[in-house]
Design a protein around this ligand. Structure first.
Ligand SMILES: Nc1nc2c(ncn2[C@@H]2O[C@H](COP(=O)(O)OP(=O)(O)OP(=O)(O)O)[C@@H](O)[C@H]2O)c(=O)[nH]1
Ligand SMILES: [Mg+2]
Length: 435
């Protein structure tokens, strides 16, 4: 994976049978199992080689034993025995695989199959990721589907049905604008054509995907975020505790995985502990940190230092961590505007700037007000949603996209390094509406 695709492609064929997906999932599971065994065998090979090597050293040191003359083929055979023993152990030890083959696995496999993937290319991480997303949105999904099944499939929506759908969409944090749009578009379709409940839900999925993809069609490149041959500067902003620093760590990890060179500017100078927190992520991901431990350091100065270092070192990506601030604190928002001005002024040639608002998805509609005010100060180009594994309802993604035309760029579903991925409208909408 050299870039960070927002893979929106997926099969349009909704008639594929469940049996097909189960068989696909079984193949993917077998493949993951085999990969695990190969990994373990590789480890065992190294261990066995080390054991044989160290025992031959011992043997050669012992003058009275004839094993100094142990023929090479015999040593190999010992190694083979060790490998065979390990292989038998491993093939019988299913517990070695942490991802379980269950309903969630089949669902995850289905999402990957619909994106045109092959079972022999699937990794355990990808399945774990989709499982977390599906699990995180399970409560919202259950509520939405139960209600929708009651009112869909009976021709155009009655006034009561409209009210019920509106209520359930609003409860899922989808917001007034997006809810209006969704219900009107759905009703227009149902007035045109009578759809059974299942087909109406499929149609609803296309409405939601269209909303989520709409900013990409207008102004943004849907393919990649890290542009080639330029310095990419990603400024992360947001309210206190939204998950900015953790997301910076996860992004540094992703950058490393994709082969992009990266440095982090620790521009949260508000708390001493903030720089320490960034440094821990720097160590975990082997990413250089630019910081200034002086008291009352101007965060804009750290950003400036970061920029200079990034340009001098010719790195692909500069990640900027900022202090958490409430959107209604004017002085703090002015400080943010200054940071943004420094970036715009000093980074003129060969740069691509992304200004990303990190939103804690569990905070619901508050995200809309945050988006509005952070947009003014930091000229946002996108949003990162965190904590979709928690009590979040998820609908805020649609509310933000519909109201502000900003794309959701990444989503976080946990506190670990691997718990962040580029946003895919297909995956997200299926997790919201597919059992
Ligand atoms: N469950 C879950 N927790 C997360 C996620 N992202 C971040 N967190 C947690 O949220 C808490 C706050 O994260 P930080 O990264 O420190 O947030 P921040 O925005 O940098 O906070 P300030 O710098 O204080 O404004 C930490 O406990 C993180 O581990 C996520 O996707 N899921
Ligand atoms: Mg922080």
């Amino acid at each position: 994976m050299s870039n960070w695709p927002n893979d929106q492609s997926h099969s349009e064929n909704k008639n594929i049978s469940q049996e097909y997906y189960i068989s696909w999932a079984q193949k993917a599971y077998k493949h993951i199992q085999e990969e695990k065994i190969i990994d373990k065998l590789d480890d065992a090979k190294i261990n066995a080689t080390e054991t044989v090597n160290s025992s031959s050293v011992n043997i050669s040191n012992s003058a009275n034993e004839s094993s100094t003359n142990t023929p090479t083929w015999m040593q190999k055979s010992n190694r083979l025995e060790a490998l065979k023993e390990n292989a038998t152990e491993l093939t019988t030890a299913n517990s070695e695989i942490s991802v379980e083959f269950d309903k969630e696995f089949v669902w995850s496999a289905k999402i990957l199959a619909d994106q045109g993937r092959k079972p022999e290319d699937i990794t355990e991480d990808e399945i774990q990721w989709l499982k977390s997303l599906h699990k995180g949105l399970s409560k919202t999904r259950r509520g939405l589907l139960n209600q929708l099944k009651l009112v869909l499939g009976q021709g155009p929506l009655s006034e009561n049905a409209i009210l019920e759908i509106e209520t359930i969409l609003l409860q899922a944090d989808i917001g007034i604008n997006a809810t209006d749009y969704i219900v009107t578009t759905l009703q227009n379709k149902l007035l045109e054509e009578s759809l059974p409940s299942e087909k109406a839900i499929e149609y609803l999925k296309t409405i939601l995907c269209d909303i989520l993809n709409s900013p990409l069609k207008q102004a943004y490149d849907s393919e990649i975020l890290v542009k080639k041959e330029v310095l990419n500067i990603w400024l992360l902003t947001g309210v206190n505790g939204a998950g900015k620093t953790t997301t910076i760590g996860k992004l540094a990890y992703l950058a490393q995985q994709c082969g992009h060179s990266c440095i982090i500017a620790a521009a949260d100078t508000f708390r001493a502990a903030a720089v320490e927190q960034v440094k821990i992520w720097g160590e975990k991901t082997n990413t250089p940190i630019i910081s200034n431990s002086g008291k009352n350091t101007d965060p804009a100065a750290v950003v400036y230092d970061g920029l200079m270092a990034a340009q001098a070192r010719n790195v692909d990506l500069l990640l900027v961590d900022t202090a958490g601030r409430l959107q209604n604190k004017t002085n703090l928002m002015e400080e943010l505007a200054k940071i943004r001005r420094v970036i715009d002024k000093k980074a003129k040639n060969n740069v691509h700037i992304e200004s990303l608002l990190v939103i804690d998805a569990t905070l619901g509609q508050n995200g809309l007000r945050q988006t509005e005010l952070f947009s003014e100060a930091a000229h946002l180009t996108g949003v990162i949603l965190t904590k979709l594994d928690g009590s979040s309802k998820g609908g805020i993604a649609l509310a933000i996209t519909q109201q502000f035309g900003l794309p959701i760029r990444f989503i976080g579903v946990g506190e670990n390094m691997k718990d962040l991925k580029p946003f895919s409208s297909h995956e997200f909408v299926e997790a919201l509406l597919d059992e």
